[in-house]
Design a protein around this ligand. Structure first.
Ligand SMILES: CCCCCCCCCCCCC/C=C/C(=O)SCCNC(=O)CCNC(=O)[C@H](O)C(C)(C)COP(=O)(O)OP(=O)(O)OC[C@H]1O[C@@H](n2cnc3c(N)ncnc32)[C@H](O)[C@@H]1OP(=O)(O)O
Length: 258
């Protein structure tokens, strides 16, 4: 699947798997990686046969950040408004639920990429951080915004100002990570979770993702209204009819048949 140089693209049933594949550079995110990840996600997202996507890296690194060697000689005019930096936003426009399966380093742009996904499942070896300040820059892919919303000001400020790394258990306690598993079980756990999501009605999964994400974008009152509008909409779908009929008939629902 796909003819890529910096990522591997696989598929297992209704789950698409993207593996960042620049192991010698600890999966540093350069322009090629960004183009290829965005292209692969777009293709999976448009495929009605795909119900969930997993993005992962290597044992040592999910991604150790944006590619410092590619950025070192850039100046303001090179980066200001450059698609290369804002291009990652396309990931947050995907409708299909995306799980980041993180082992090892998820630093800078690597942590930001994981946070652009809908949930993070971490190996006990995972190390998260926004060490950009040590390079004389700050996060530039939403890290200061998503991290603060995920873990709160105190810990986000700590990580962005000190550049320190946060281990998997601290990340789970702080609310950045959904689950922590032994490293050897990471991919199986993430693929199983993705398989469960992909077994749900894709329309309903998209609606649930939109409702949760609305909490990031608005007030509680507005978020509750948004949720209610989406909840009402589920009763216009065949999925609600099938889901509730299946429960009453004591059988498994058959979603995504068409
Ligand atoms: C114009 C295009 C730019 C790219 C755009 C694409 C997308 C990016 C979007 C924009 C993002 C904006 C905001 C984000 C900024 C950042 O992410 S800045 C980088 C933040 N990350 C870091 O500061 C971590 C840097 N790495 C390290 O501190 C260490 O490597 C480590 C993770 C602690 C591991 O140490 P160690 O085990 O000792 O391994 P090393 O020898 O250091 O590394 C192995 C090789 O990997 C190379 N490498 C590691 N990280 C990067 C990196 N971020 N960029 C480039 N290369 C990296 C390292 O240089 C080694 O390579 P060799 O020396 O050739 O062996």
């Amino acid at each position: 699947m796909g003819d890529y140089e910096t990522i591997l693209l696989d598929r297992s049933g209704r789950v698409g798997l993207i593996t960042l594949n620049r192991p010698k550079a600890l999966n540093a995110l350069n322009s090629a990686v960004m183009r290829e990840v965005i292209d692969a996600v777009a293709g999976l997202d448009a495929d009605p046969g795909i119900g969930a996507i997993v993005v992962t890296g290597s044992e040592k690194a999910f991604a150790a950040g944006a590619d410092i060697k590619e950025m070192a000689d850039l100046g303001f005019a090179d980066v200001h408004g450059r698609e290369t930096f804002s291009g990652w936003d396309a990931l947050t426009r995907a409708r299909t639920p995306i799980i980041a399966a993180v082992a090892g380093y998820a630093l800078g742009g690597g942590c930001e990429l994981a946070m652009m996904c809908d949930m993070i499942i971490a190996a006990d070896t995972a190390k998260f951080g926004q060490p950009e300040i040590t390079l004389g820059v700050i996060p530039g892919m939403g890290g200061s915004q998503r991290l603060t919303r995920a873990v709160g000001k105190a810990k986000a400020m700590d990580l962005c100002l000190t550049g320190r790394q946060m281990g998997a258990d601290e990340a789970e306690r702080a609310g950045l990570v959904a689950r922590v598993v032994p490293a050897a079980e990471l991919l199986d756990t993430a693929m199983a979770a993705a398989g469960t999501i992909a077994g749900m009605a894709k329309t309903t999964a998209i609606m649930a993702k939109d409702a949760v994400n609305a909490a990031f974008e608005t007030t509680l009152a507005e978020g509750v209204k948004t949720e209610r509008r989406i909840f009402y909409s589920t009763f216009a779908t065949d999925d609600q009819t099938e889901g509730m009929a299946a429960f009453i008939a004591k059988r498994k629902p058959e979603f995504n048949k068409s």
